[in-house]
Design a protein around this ligand. Structure first.
Ligand code: SF4
Length: 413
């Protein structure tokens, strides 16, 4: 299996104690959608994202009130035991906000700079230089984050003009990709000329089309060793956003490309922002790159079972494991490696259950109403009665306590 050993070599960057790139595992990050000036709402959402497992959280810093709120947000999070590093997202006036709000500059763990809107014409170079100099003064890394929605128009126009008179012109889409990559690489080069070291620079080149995203990152990855932040921008809502992001990021990560990821999902109205963290974790776990949550294997069901017992039980166990993880990470070290199987009938039930740490094979239609339970490959019990689901949940809880609790012993004892 292509795994971490196949990762592209990149320079590791320390973001407030979290290493991005180098030999570190791929880092999950997310972004708030609160008004950063609303300290209560932002603290609340950062805590939710951190509890869900976000290892870095980005917040918008778009005006003086937001910049002034940042140190208070940092203080509140620290005092409540949430050290998750905060990244400031700056556009247009980042140079001014960071200069005018030193406590904000200090409280943030990284600054995100978009070279497409850091300033225009002559001001672009001086404002970009100011941002880099401020980052160096506060010893903070930066992400130079290019987005095709705010691409440097001067650079794009120049490359389009050059392409138009080239004897071997390339497609307009390829020119656009080249402009995105050059914007990132030229900005990084400029940052290094200003004195920033390579281990303070992360790059991203986000687009909203899956094929373009794959092409642009493959090219970028081959042309530099900076740590890379991956994300499909404007991925969309619901299953469309999840599938598009997973397809694009999965293909790139399988090639070893990507040191930190964000799944940019549009929440449903009133939806939960933590969804983007869960999807990122599930993607990394599904691909075998990281382990965040116990796995519950459940069969899809078919005509051999007419009851929904196994679906209900699988869902209840998955929900219980997911909701317990914030507490269990401390209490049961290693519990994220647990695997549970909930199967619908005898066809694959016993086999799949034997492969899990603990598994149950429920009776299908016409089968004897008995549910064998397997622990670490051995059949340990046969459950009967109307409360089979409850009995199994107790067995799962006992297994976790024995295997991952203090004074662990053989869970089959
Ligand atoms: S395990 Fe049984 S119920 Fe589940 S999908 Fe396979 S045959 Fe159908």
């Amino acid at each position: 299996m292509a795994g971490l050993s196949a990762r592209r070599r990149s320079v590791g960057v320390n973001v407030g104690g979290v290493i991005v790139g180098g030999s570190a595992p791929v880092v999950v990050q997310s972004m708030t959608n609160t008004d950063t000036a609303d300290i209560d709402a932002t603290v609340r959402q950062v805590m939710q994202l951190a509890r869900a497992g976000s290892e870095l959280v980005r917040i918008t810093v778009d005006r003086d009130e937001a910049a002034a709120a940042v140190p208070h947000i940092r203080y509140r999070l620290d005092s409540m035991g949430y050290p998750v590093p905060l990244i400031g997202d700056f556009h247009y006036i980042g140079h001014k906000l960071l200069a005018d709000h030193p406590a904000c500059a200090q409280a943030l763990a990284k600054y995100r700079i978009n070279p497409g809107n850091v300033g225009f014409k002559a001001k672009r170079d001086t404002q970009f230089a100011t941002l880099i100099e401020l980052a160096m003064r506060y010893d903070k890394p930066v992400r130079i984050g290019v987005n095709w929605g705010s691409l440097d128009e001067e650079l794009l126009t120049r490359l389009m003009d050059e392409n138009a008179v080239s004897p071997n012109p390339i497609s307009a889409a390829a020119v656009q990709r080249e402009a995105i990559i050059q914007s990132a690489l030229l900005s990084a080069q400029r940052a290094e000329e200003l004195g920033m070291s390579r281990d303070k620079i992360i790059l991203s080149t986000k687009v909203s089309d899956v094929q373009h995203l794959i092409a642009v990152y493959e090219d970028l990855a081959a042309r530099c060793d900076y740590a890379l932040h991956l994300g499909l921008t404007e991925a969309g809502m619901g299953s469309k956003g999840i599938v598009a992001s997973s397809a694009a990021l999965g293909i790139l990560m399988q090639q070893g490309i990507g040191d930190t990821i964000r799944i940019s999902l549009t929440p449903e109205p009133g939806g939960d922002r933590t969804r983007e963290v869960i999807v990122a974790q599930e993607l990394l776990q599904t691909m075998g790159f990281r382990q965040f949550l116990p796995v519950v294997a459940a069969c899809p069901g078919c005509g051999r079972t007419t009851s929904q017992t196994f679906q209900v039980l699988a869902k209840e166990i998955q929900d219980h494991l997911s909701s317990s993880m914030p507490e269990w990470r401390e209490r049961y070290p290693g519990v994220e490696t647990l695997s549970v199987a909930v199967m619908g009938c005898i066809v694959n039930g016993p086999g799949e259950s034997k492969h899990a740490n603990i598994g149950i094979s429920l009776p299908g239609t016409g089968e004897t109403p008995a549910a064998p339970v397997f622990i670490d490959g051995e059949k340990v019990a046969t459950l009967r009665g109307a409360d089979v689901a409850e009995q199994f949940k107790v067995m799962v809880a006992n297994y976790i306590e024995k295997k991952f609790g203090h004074g662990q012993k053989s869970a089959a004892e």
